[in-house]
Design a protein. Structure first.
Length: 213
């Protein structure tokens, strides 16, 4: 569950701990190990606090700070294939209005857990805000990405059958693989437009029953 830039924090702690042990071995008569242990614990606390800055407090997935860090890192290297999936819950406002914001929060947390079950082994799940999520997937072929998307659809369908809620989780999505023929911002914007086209087409299909969520 660690991101690449977080490995540096873990490595720093390991090096400091090892250095403290080595110094204690050479300075046997000086109780240096207690000072180094205290310093290590303080650094671990700071790292834990730092990690919380990268996590969405409601759903537990990553936040937009992580998206910027990951895209900046990818822009410097571009040695991996990058796919992006944008997902937006349908009729989320109806859930809030009909069953309250606590139930809306529960729906968001549940949907985020389903996203993590499907995508966390191959990508990074990020909450963009509200009911919109983005998934970054590195070094996976478009065919494999499509398999994960189909897996997500089946998992949500199973949840809707078993959950016993008076509403169903429904969502719209779009995805693409970056080909370095445009800026990253434009690439994400185009996926966003495709996602809202998908959402609008789904609404047109159920026009007249749109409030049956």
């Amino acid at each position: 569950m660690l991101l690449k830039f977080e490995y540096a924090y873990i490595l720093a702690i390991s090096l400091m701990t090892s250095a403290g042990v080595l110094v204690q071995l050479f300075l046997g008569k000086t109780a240096f190990i207690w000072c180094s242990s205290s310093f290590t614990i303080i650094m671990m606390f700071i790292i834990i606090q730092q990690r919380e800055l990268y996590r969405d407090s409601l759903t537990g997935v990553r936040n937009r700070v992580v998206l910027k860090k990951c895209l900046d890192s990818y822009g410097r290297r571009q040695d991996e294939q990058l796919s992006i999936i944008l997902i937006d819950l349908d009729y989320f406002k109806n859930i809030n209005d009909s069953y309250g914001h606590m139930e809306g929060d529960h729906a968001l947390r549940t949907f985020a857990r389903l996203l993590q079950k499907v995508y966390s082994d191959n990508g990074i799940v990020i909450r963009m805000g509200g009911d919109e999520f983005l998934i970054l997937i590195y070094d996976l072929s478009p065919a494999k990405v499509s398999e994960l998307i189909a897996k997500m659809a089946k998992m949500v369908e199973k949840y809707n059958i078993r959950c016993g809620k008076p509403y169903m989780l429904k969502y719209s999505s779009a995805h693409g693989t970056y080909k370095n023929d445009m800026s990253m911002e434009q690439f994400i914007h185009e996926i966003d437009l495709k996602m809202y086209d998908h959402k609008n087409s789904r609404k047109r299909k159920v026009w007249g029953t749109e409030h049956e969520f």
